[in-house]
Design a protein around this ligand. Structure first.
Ligand SMILES: Nc1ncnc2c1ncn2[C@@H]1O[C@H](COP(=O)(O)OP(=O)(O)OP(=O)(O)O)[C@@H](O)[C@H]1O
Ligand SMILES: [Mg+2]
Length: 562
């Protein structure tokens, strides 16, 4: 695998400038997603890397080598095209085997067979191997195209909307699978999509493209929270970010020279204070409510809880969550906020359970950052290197939500956390963490005091969520080796009505024992099997995070004597 770069590239077709003085770097092992509307220049960018187009100006580099004039066949890149392109006279097997039999890359036939079989299984087309490629459905053809790229290990994968012709379920499955394969291979991928959910979940970085240029390239959450400009702000989020006059919601601390104000629908508040408005439409969508509001002649979308009791025609007061407004200057470029949001918003007014939840979040975030060096070291030794990063982003996300969470019941707060995490954390971790919090919210109780039984039910629900979603099991060197024994001990101790003090002392020990067991785990199954020898003698980084968080939470509960 290699890094790939465009240096100040311009590409024209007659009088269309498809790419305008664009520079882009895809790091070694990085997954970069190009997101943008039709005609933005996404396919042209991929074709420049593949050598199917030559720049009019600028340079293309792969693996540190200038390949601007190197023909496609000599670039060692694999391309999955927007329209699948299979050899119609060949069977599925021969289509998949083709890249491995190509002159100059010829592999022994036994290896070809094994490789093709593995890939076909992964993409669930093994029963079609003998079919001619012309008799497949569109979705199957697309999977064969993806398979053809995956059979070999090129320097660079280029994928042009590879999942767009698949149905929703297969699309989700393949998205998860593709991310896993990329991590396992350490593959460098440049991937094009129109689909923001795909971009959010797959990308290490999203490159937002418009009119042959990069409007912004950054981690998904950064593009979402700190869009470089209005154009980038509008590419992520559904409903789209609200764009308002800076005084639309009353006097706000706008920086000097601000011309427009952006406010994400989930940051619109309807809680008594604010500017008068009216609900035009209210859609209850099950997990959330989307409302279109009218405020001083402007339309504002609001994303509210499922239980919001708003009705069409209701008179309301609209405000912005403090610190959530994004200001843009006359040119549409984002401006730094003048007054930083307070680092420690008070947890005032929260119920005791919600206040405890917030205190636990703060303690967990601190525990993660206090153990940064060890967790990162472990992840570098045996993980894919982004565990600490994801935990840190998760902690930052939760900390930033404190004020919003303080107004909610614990179950609503946990649900809000789940929803936010899906949006902000990419890869496999986002959905996994989200289902962890979502399932806890189902047993945390809408109101009423928490007991040891509540804690046991929440620990069990969380562990089960990870088990179900993470497709793993105990004994596989995953965080389940900590979560499951902790949930079991908590359940037993709660059932036996053991004193809280005992529980708070013993649970961190159970977590520590679970953590230590990951050190000696035989590289036999699942993740451990993939890691092989490399896994033996190392603690699992996920388990380490869990153990430090569990001890921090026990300490917090003890200090608050709830
Ligand atoms: N071979 C070509 N000849 C002429 N114009 C072209 C050619 N290829 C691309 N273009 C033009 O260059 C611009 C960028 O096209 P490109 O295919 O890169 O867009 P895209 O972002 O991939 O769009 P889509 O999402 O529709 O696939 C468009 O205006 C397109 O019409
Ligand atoms: Mg295209």
């Amino acid at each position: 695998m290699a890094e790939a770069k465009l240096h100040a590239v311009t590409k024209r077709f007659d009088d269309t400038t498809a790419i305008a003085d664009m520079s882009l770097e895809v790091g070694h092992g990085e997954f970069v997603v190009l997101l943008g509307p039709t005609g933005a220049g996404k396919t042209t960018t991929l074709r420049l890397f593949a050598g199917l187009e030559t720049p009019d100006v600028g340079r293309v580099e792969i693996d540190g080598i200038d390949v601007t004039t190197v023909p496609p066949a000599e670039r060692d890149v694999a391309f999955v095209f927007q329209q699948y392109s299979l050899y119609p006279h060949l069977t599925v097997f021969d289509n998949l085997a083709f890249p491995l039999r190509a002159p100059g890359r010829k592999r022994p036939e036994a290896e070809v067979k094994k490789r093709v079989q593995d890939i076909a299984e992964m993409l669930r087309i093994e029963s079609k191997l003998k079919n001619r490629s012309t008799v497949l459905s569109g979705g199957e053809m697309q999977r064969v195209s993806i398979g053809r790229a995956l059979v070999r290990e090129p320097n660079l994968f280029l994928m042009d909307e590879p999942l767009s012709s698949l149905d929703a379920k297969l699309r989700e499955d393949l998205r998860v699978e593709l991310k896993r394969i990329q991590r396992d291979l350490g593959a460098t991928v440049l991937y094009v999509t129109h689909d923001q959910l795909e971009a959010m979940t797959l990308a290490d970085r999203i490159g937002v493209m418009g009119e042959g240029r990069l409007a912004q390239i950054a981690a998904p959450r950064e593009v979402y929270d700190q869009p470089a400009n209005i154009y980038a702000a509008q590419r992520l989020g559904s409903p789209q970010i609200n764009l308002l006059d800076i005084e639309q919601l009353g006097p706000l601390p706008a920086p000097e020279g601000a011309a427009r104000m952006g406010l994400r629908p989930e940051d619109v508040r309807l809680n008594g204070a604010g500017v008068e408005g009216r609900a035009l439409t209210v859609e209850h969508l099950g997990v959330e409510t989307v409302a279109l509001l009218e405020v001083g002649g402007a339309h504002v979308h609001a994303l509210l809880d499922a239980g919001a009791r708003l009705q069409e025609g209701d008179a309301i007061r609209v405000s912005a969550r403090p610190g959530a407004t994004i200001f843009f200057n006359q040119e549409g470029v984002r401006m730094e906020p003048t007054t930083p949001t307070p680092a420690n918003p008070p947890n005032e007014g929260a119920t005791p359970e919600t206040a405890l939840l917030l205190a636990c979040i703060e303690a967990a975030a601190k525990a993660i950052s206090d153990n940064e060096a060890e967790i990162e070291g472990l992840d570098r030794a045996i993980g894919d290197g982004d565990h600490y990063h994801n935990m840190k982003r998760g902690a930052e996300t939760l900390l930033a939500m404190r004020e919003e969470l303080a107004a909610k019941s614990p179950d609503e707060a946990l649900k809000a956390i789940a929803k936010k995490l899906v949006m902000t954390i990419g890869g496999a971790s986002g959905p996994l963490l989200a289902s962890y919090f979502l399932d806890m919210s189902k047993v945390s109780g809408a109101a009423g005091p928490w007991s040891a039984n509540t804690a046991a039910a929440m620990a069990t629900a969380g562990a089960e969520a990870v088990k179900a979603r993470g497709k793993a099991d105990i004994g596989m060197k995953t965080m389940l080796d900590v979560l499951i024994p902790v949930a079991q001990s908590l359940t037993e101790m709660a059932a036996a009505s053991r004193p809280h003090e005992d529980i708070l002392t013993e649970i961190p020990q159970v977590a520590e024992t679970g953590l230590l067991s990951t050190k000696d785990m035989l590289a036999a199954k699942g993740r451990a099997a993939f890691l092989g020898e490399r896994a033996i003698g190392h603690l699992d980084p996920g388990s380490k995070s869990c153990a430090v968080i569990i001890s921090a939470i026990c300490e917090t509960v003890r200090s608050r004597a709830l």
